[in-house]
Ligand binder design. Structure first.
Ligand SMILES: Nc1ncnc2c1ncn2[C@@H]1O[C@H](COP(=O)(O)OP(=O)(O)OP(=O)(O)O)[C@@H](O)[C@H]1O
Ligand SMILES: O=C(O)C1=C[C@@H](O)[C@@H](O)[C@H](O)C1
Ligand SMILES: [Mg+2]
Length: 160
């Protein structure tokens, strides 16, 4: 969450001459309400089901750069779907995460005590991000342009 998927993803899409898409935005558009409301109204399991479907649809339809929600990899079938794709794990440390996400309540899983919540989420998930990633690109102390360049290099891609 807040690692720079949109900023870096849009830059990469521009450099590659391909479109950018984001499954969180797809869910919000399809449901007509913010993610925090879906969590509150229907609970996290329902959100995860919507997310599983959104990832499946986007992977099938979208030919460009795709950003996934931070918890999409919790679903085993999603991890299987990603196995053959050039998945990038953008990493950062906790202090950078607090800076980039701020304290805003748009992220329900970080709404209370964000520093501790972020650490706990990462301890639970880091192995899953690593498992699905073809490359891991650290983003601390790098500008979005430097991160995007590192992604291109790691995937051996060139600007269009
Ligand atoms: N490499 C970077 N260095 C410093 N700040 C950054 C960097 N990349 C992104 N940011 C800033 O961090 C914040 C979050 O970035 P962005 O919205 O791109 O992340 P995200 O991963 O798409 O977040 P979300 O989880 O909300 O989708 C923004 O304010 C952005 O300007
Ligand atoms: O890490 C997570 O579990 C989440 C990340 C966001 O992208 C959203 O998908 C939602 O807030 C949950
Ligand atoms: Mg984003």
């Amino acid at each position: 969450m807040g690692v720079g998927k949109s900023t870096v993803g849009e830059l990469l899409a521009e450099w590659l001459g391909s479109p950018y898409r984001d499954t969180d935005a797809d869910i919000v558009a399809a449901e007509g309400r913010p993610i925090a409301d879906i969590f509150v109204d229907e609970g996290e399991p329902r959100f995860r089901e919507l997310e599983r479907q959104a990832v499946r649809a986007a992977v099938a339809e979208h030919p460009g750069v795709l950003a996934l929600g931070g918890g999409a990899i919790l679903d085993e079938s999603t991890r299987a779907l990603l196995a053959s794709l050039p998945v990038v794990y953008l990493s950062m440390d906790v202090e950078e995460a607090v800076k980039r996400t701020g304290l805003n309540t748009a992220r329900p899983l970080l709404a209370v005590n964000p520093r501790r919540q972020w650490r706990e989420l990462m301890e639970a998930r880091r192995h899953l991000y690593t498992e699905v990633a073809r490359v891991v690109v650290p983003t601390d102390d790098r500008t979005p342009e430097e991160v995007a360049r590192a992604v291109l290099d790691a995937l051996e891609l060139k600007k269009a």
